[in-house]
Structures are given as C-alpha cells and as structure tokens.
Write a protein that binds this ligand. Structure first.
Ligand code: KIV
Length: 273
C-alpha cells in the first residue's frame, strides 16, 4: 500500500535533507531510470531518487558509466520526474558534460533542469571541478557532490576497490568534502571508502553525507535499485544488501509463460473474447 498517497505528504527538498541530518534521521536514496520503478519507489516513501549515470550499466549494458550522453540522461530523468510526487530527484551530469570548463558545466546543468524537470544535479570530484560547481550554484541549481570511488574516473583508478585507505588520499578527501560544503553543495555521496573515514567526514560537515559502501556512520544510504532488487546477478560487492531475487523470480515467470504457450494452456476460454 502506498505510504504517502493517503496522507498529506510533504515534498522532500534540499532543506528537508539538511533538517533530517540535524535531527539524526537517516536519509534513504535509491536510483531509478524509468517511470514505472520510479513510481513504485516514490510511493514507497524513498527520500531521494537518483537518476544515476549507472543507467549506462544497468539500462544500456555498457561496462562503465562513461558512454551515457546528456540527451540520454535527460530522457531517463524526464521519465522519472513524470512518476514522482514526493521524492527529491537528483540527476547525474554524465562524463564529459562538465569537466571541460565551468561554462559548459552550467549549460549541461541548465539543460538537465529545463528539459527533464529534475530538482538537482550530481557531479563527481572535488577541487578539480570546484569552478564548475560554483558556476552551477550561481544559477540557483542545487548540487550534490560525489567523492571516494568516482566511477567516471575508473580508467584513472584502474579498479573498483575501496578508495582512500592511504592517509594521503584520505586527507584529500577530507579537504574536498570541506571545499564542496563551503562552495554550497547541499549533500555529498561518499562511495566505497573506509567506514571510519566516512563517519569522520560526516561528523565534520553540516550537510548530509550519503554513503554507498561507506559504513553506518554517515547520514544516509544509497543503493542502485536493480542491485538491491536482485535483478542483476553478476554484481555482488560486500556493501550490497539484496532485498529480493527478482532475476530468478522473473526467469521463473517467463519459463512458466513459455511452457503455457507451448502447451496451448495460455490463453484459456476466460482469457479469450
Ligand atoms: O550513478 C549512480 O548510480 C551513482 C550511485 C552509485 C551513487 O552515482
């Protein structure tokens, strides 16, 4: 049953996320890329929906997030926005749409906001992209940061292993997080970093830190929807909790349908005109 349709619900805003941090209420965030699943998770009470560039992997089957384009992100985001009543919808700026210069970053963010109706954008990186973040913020567009494992830089890292285990990288992460807060980001995603470091960063900031593979000491959690629903069997990192095994459930349903068609069991008289 819908958790919010029957009540007077309040829309989630960037301010409400900051209030949740202040009150010690954890923030829930999941990805979505299409109307149907976005409607289900919005009506289930999720706080933030991320139209992640993980759509490149999950929806298009690419090995990395790099190939997805701004037009494709706008298509996914506008499908999600049509479904959502309550959640805050954050849209990833894809690789190549903001790193070049801050003017290009601003025009990419404006396209996302105008053409999809998204509520905020997310960019990967710290000091290297701070000018782009500042410029987007000047247009009144809320920005979520993303530090730690930043998948758009996978060819620099070479692997998807835990980041900032060494002190030098941990120190840069602390500084970048401060910089993002000072620039005016409303929240930061921290991906795949040691739990102790993530907790320290969350405690040092007034804006919420939302973790994925960053332990329990942060202000909220995000997962890729298709991973937590078990639609995807290949991806099993330690941080992933699977709540369903939909790959097997769907496979079972399809196998039964195929059998029913082959056996001439479907459709029966009640299913015919
Ligand atoms: O694109 C994405 O799904 C993300 C999450 C992993 C945070 O950035």
């Amino acid at each position: 049953m819908s958790t919010h349709r029957k009540k007077n619900f309040k829309k989630v805003t960037t301010n409400s996320l900051q209030e949740m941090k202040r009150l010690g209420e954890k923030i829930s965030m999941l990805t979505a890329y299409d109307f149907t699943l976005a409607k289900i998770i919005d009506e289930s009470g999720i706080d933030v929906i991320l139209v992640g560039d993980s759509a490149s992997n999950v929806m298009a089957g690419h090995e990395t997030t790099l190939p997805i384009t701004l037009d494709q992100m706008i298509y996914h985001a506008s499908s999600v926005i049509r479904a959502v009543d309550r959640s805050l919808v954050v849209v990833d700026l894809p690789f190549g749409s903001y790193q070049g210069n801050s003017k290009e970053a601003l025009s990419s963010a404006i396209r996302i906001m105008k053409e999809s109706g998204g509520h905020a954008v997310k960019l990967e990186g710290g000091e290297e992209i701070i000018e782009s973040i500042r410029r987007i913020l000047t247009a009144g567009i809320p920005v979520m940061g993303h530090l730690g494992l930043t998948p758009q830089s996978i060819y620099k890292f070479g692997t998807y292993t835990v980041r900032a285990r060494e002190e030098e990288e941990a120190e840069k992460l602390r500084e970048d997080a401060k910089l993002l807060e000072e620039a005016g980001c409303f929240a930061i995603v921290l991906e795949k970093v040691p739990a102790k470091l993530a907790e320290e960063v969350a405690q040092s900031l007034t804006i919420p830190v939302i973790g994925i593979g960053a332990g329990a000491g942060v202000d909220g959690q995000v997962l890729v929807l298709h991973d937590m629903l078990g639609l995807n069997q290949e991806f099993s990192p330690r941080f992933l909790r699977r709540y369903l095994n939909l790959f097997e459930d769907i496979q079972g349903a399809v196998q039964t349908y195929v059998r029913d068609v082959k056996n001439k069991d479907f459709p029966n008289d009640q299913e015919s005109y």
